[in-house]
Design a protein around this ligand. Sequence first.
Ligand code: ZN
Ligand code: ZN
Ligand code: ZN
Length: 186
Amino acid sequence: MILSSTAGHKQSLYRKVKLLNQVRLLRVQLCHMKNMFKTCRLAKELLDSFDTVPGHLTEDLHLYSLNDLTATRKGELGPRLAELTRAGAAHVERCMLCQAKGFICEFCQNEDDIIFPFELHKCRTCEECKACYHKACFKSGSCPRCERLQARREALARQSLESYLSDYEEEPAEALALKAAVLEAT
Ligand SMILES: [Zn+2]
Ligand SMILES: [Zn+2]
Ligand SMILES: [Zn+2]
């Protein structure tokens, strides 16, 4: 008796976790989509339909209201969010403006496969720079775009250090003359 009720409890807990996880993933997708649609003038109606669910669901991903939890448990929130992601994906598929915001995976450079951050099943977004790659390609853990940005930053730092040092090595007399001129002017 006790055993079976524990098993039943475990099962319901498992179901709750599963539903919550489903909702969490849908919210991540909707959040990526919303960011795209904010800058698409053809997605106004779609954005309005996104706003039929409370704003925090698609913006503040860590926030769950008591209502959200209840609706999740009842199995109501998941299907509703899933419907919005389907509408969103359908828009992206046929919208030229949104297609232009897609990524080409830098690892495999497959230009025939434009990828989008909301495609969680096949893509991974770099948390640092938000570039998007195929999950299967992005295995090394280091993002090529971040590496490029880092190299550029280092080159710039080197450059400014070099120019600083070369300024310093210039004729001291010249520097003194400059200083005098500045003092005279003030
Ligand atoms: Zn669009
Ligand atoms: Zn790839
Ligand atoms: Zn990156």
